[in-house]
Design a protein around this ligand. Structure first.
Ligand code: GUN
Length: 308
């Protein structure tokens, strides 16, 4: 059984980006800039944003955090997003999700200029991907694709079961795996996995276990600790755990621990390869975000190409 070490693969990816940006700096070219919009004080979001900022600093991406209180109106937030769309000093930006209930996520994502959508979550980015047009890939699915590529786990002709139908993970992941391989953006990835037969399962799916047992690869993004158990996994299958759930843990100084959607202890005895939580998909998502920022920057500052 192989543990898919997202921490290691992400570190290698960051090192490549850092090397590229160091060479840009030596040539006197301006550095890329990412803005991160966060609304309110969701503790998990604050941790994710802090991790993203740290990773940016490490590779040489300038990063600005733009924080608003939870009572900002939708109209005010959309105005701020339009400002970022116009701001020439910003190569790309993200709006950390989830948002407070009074703000429409759909409206926010629709307002972000897709050319700056380094999360790859706007309707334009997703729609362009659907049609095989150059588009910024969604960060989490792109990170998972890189992890599969790294460990040379092929997807062509394989049955992939995706559990979860979110706009952030399930839907773009299914799309990425089912389509003909293509290059999302010239500098994002030299290779691309696809050509899989994909089944998307969700909370209303009947006999999830039977469907999962037919899968060569299972990608779980349901936000449900322990959802995938050993009995649901075909021996030798690859299991990717996208869940990041906080569960109470009196033994931890923080009072909680992070667990995925997979019963790691038992599934790891059946699976051929499995990604852990933490240290699996999480760091890969951040590495993909950085890669997307650099890809956009690379187009904004022509003549300096990322070599992968
Ligand atoms: N919330 C959880 N994951 C993500 C992500 O990848 N991007 C954004 N913007 N918000 C998130």
């Amino acid at each position: 059984m192989i543990v898919l070490d997202g921490k290691k693969v992400a570190a290698e990816k960051r090192a490549k980006l850092r090397e590229f940006l160091t060479s840009c700096k030596a040539k006197g070219v301006r550095m890329p800039k990412l803005a991160i919009v966060i609304v309110g004080h969701n503790p998990a979001s604050e941790t994710y944003v802090a991790n993203k900022m740290k990773a940016c600093a490490e590779v040489g991406i300038e990063v600005e955090k733009i924080a608003f209180e939870a009572d900002i109106t939708e109209r005010q937030l959309l105005t701020e997003i339009r400002k970022l769309n116009r701001d020439k000093s910003v190569d790309g930006f993200i709006v950390q999700l989830p948002l407070p209930e009074h703000i429409s996520e759909a409206k926010v994502l629709t307002t972000i200029d897709y050319r700056k959508d380094v999360d790859g979550l706007t309707p334009m980015s997703i729609g362009r991907s659907v049609q095989g047009l150059p588009a910024i890939p969604s960060a989490t699915p792109s990170g998972i694709r890189t992890l599969l590529e790294y460990y040379q786990i092929p997807t062509a002709g394989k049955h992939v079961v995706v559990i979860g139908r979110s706009n952030i993970v399930g839907k773009p992941m299914a799309l990425m795996l089912m389509q003909r391989p293509y290059l999302s953006l010239p500098s994002v990835s030299a290779a691309a996995l696809g050509d899989a037969t994909v089944t998307v399962c969700h909370s209303k799916t009947q006999d999830l276990a039977a469907i999962c047992r037919t899968a060569d690869i299972i990608i779980v993004a349901a936000g449900c600790p322990g959802l995938l158990t050993a009995e649901m996994v075909k021996p030798g299958a690859t299991v990717i755990d996208v869940g990041i759930n906080r569960v109470e843990d009196p033994a931890s100084p923080r009072g909680y621990k992070l667990v995925g959607d997979v019963d790691f202890e038992h599934v790891s005895q059946v699976a051929g390869a499995i990604s852990p939580v933490p240290g699996g998909v999480g760091p890969m998502t951040i590495a993909s975000l950085l890669s997307n920022v650099v890809a956009v920057y690379d187009m904004n500052v022509p003549g300096y190409k990322v070599s992968e």
